[in-house]
Design a protein around this ligand. Sequence first.
Ligand SMILES: Cc1cc2nc3c(=O)[nH]c(=O)nc-3n(C[C@H](O)[C@H](O)[C@H](O)COP(=O)(O)OP(=O)(O)OC[C@H]3O[C@@H](n4cnc5c(N)ncnc54)[C@H](O)[C@@H]3O)c2cc1C
Length: 433
Amino acid sequence: MSQPTIILGAGLIGVSTAYYLSSPSSSSSSQPGQNIHLIDPSPTLFTSASGFAAGFLSRSWFPAPLRALGELSFDLHTELAQKEGGREKWGWCKARSVSFVEDEDAEKERPEDWLMSDDWLAMGVSRAEAAKSELGWKKRSGPEWLRRARGREMRVLSGKVLTSYAGDPLRLSNFLLSECLSRGVHLHTSTHTLSVSCNSSGKIHGIRIRHANGTEADLPCSRLVITSGAWTPQVFTTLFPSSDVKLPITSLAGHSLLMRSSAWKRPQEGEETAAVFSTDPTGYFPEMFARVDGTIYLAGLNSSILPLPAAGKGKAQPHAESIDQLKATAEHLCGLSFASNEIEVVREALCFRPVTPKGIPIIARVPDARLGERARSGSVGGVFVAAEHGPWGISLSLGTGKVLSEMVEGRKVSADVRELGLQEREWKSKAKL
Ligand SMILES: Cc1cc2nc3c(=O)[nH]c(=O)nc-3n(C[C@H](O)[C@H](O)[C@H](O)COP(=O)(O)OP(=O)(O)OC[C@H]3O[C@@H](n4cnc5c(N)ncnc54)[C@H](O)[C@@H]3O)c2cc1C
């Protein structure tokens, strides 16, 4: 058996990678589960972005460098959900996208080209706007849980390549993790990564880890995969302090609410849910997603100044004023009140997306020469990074996991990801390339 592969970070990107790497059907060269280690400093998994995201999935709302991966990933979501009973297990359901406009004059003042900007998230716009230049909104009524009022207009997104689904990313993450564990993948929670260890010829042969009880150990590996979300640059710098690679990843915090109301009906089998992209009642861009269990998820309040908490501290504490603002939005849009118990909060959350200004993830093998340590060459070794999925990490998760598992094994990849960090220009460097 070859040396193990260690995956640092058990969010949805990490577990998707372990899932495809250990998948018996993926190829004759896929690794036995026992050869894969998932390591995470958190005592409880999925208390960051993968557990608290909305779960909206799109096939086509991506800029050109991400199109192939977006399509692959969407098709894998569909295949997995159909094979495994995704509706039952993680609430996978077709979603109708609705734009909700309150002030049409403000809408008209926006320049035409702002919608397809790479920087759309940094500008704080709704994700559905990214699709607008290819698709179109048609005036039609939206879901019945949105309050109708004078001056309000609902439009349904329509177009040639319109397919979107929604689901609960927490339940999807847990499903994939349990599949990995059933294949023998080792999971190490509350475990911190300290350094890489090298053999007598100076090649990486493992990592030094510290368990929650303070004991340290060397875990052998030949291949290392870093999928630590917004913490990825810290992890990389800790392990490769003399590398000249500087990963351009920062974080964008997002507050969210999951809510329930007896006024909201569960969609019947075969019925669509709704994804509502509001174009600004109160200065930001709230997004609401109805789930098959009858709950509604609300997010859209983002901040690039909230600091990323230390890794492994569990769930971040939401800010009361941000939660109040989301509640006010929910009341405004749905016409129900928390004070009168017409809506109740199921969960409040704050989590951190890994982002770059361009919003394009890195999915790549770090060039061996740039590590500052010596990785084993060829497909038996290598250090890989998959991070920076920004607002699309749930949608792109399965495609990323599949492509990354293929890269790790030195196989042909299922989607063209050459623009996602495989080119030297993607690596910020102090050294001359
Ligand atoms: C409010 C909100 C709504 C969203 N909605 C959607 C949506 O509808 N659709 C969509 O496609 N995307 C959505 N996203 C984006 C999506 O959630 C993220 O892109 C995705 O979850 C990133 O997954 P990840 O596995 O890279 O990171 P995370 O889920 O953050 O996981 C990273 C893991 O790395 C671990 N880690 C940290 N340090 C270390 C270390 N030293 N060693 C090992 N592990 C470490 C962490 O503990 C964590 O478990 C949303 C994001 C937010 C914030």
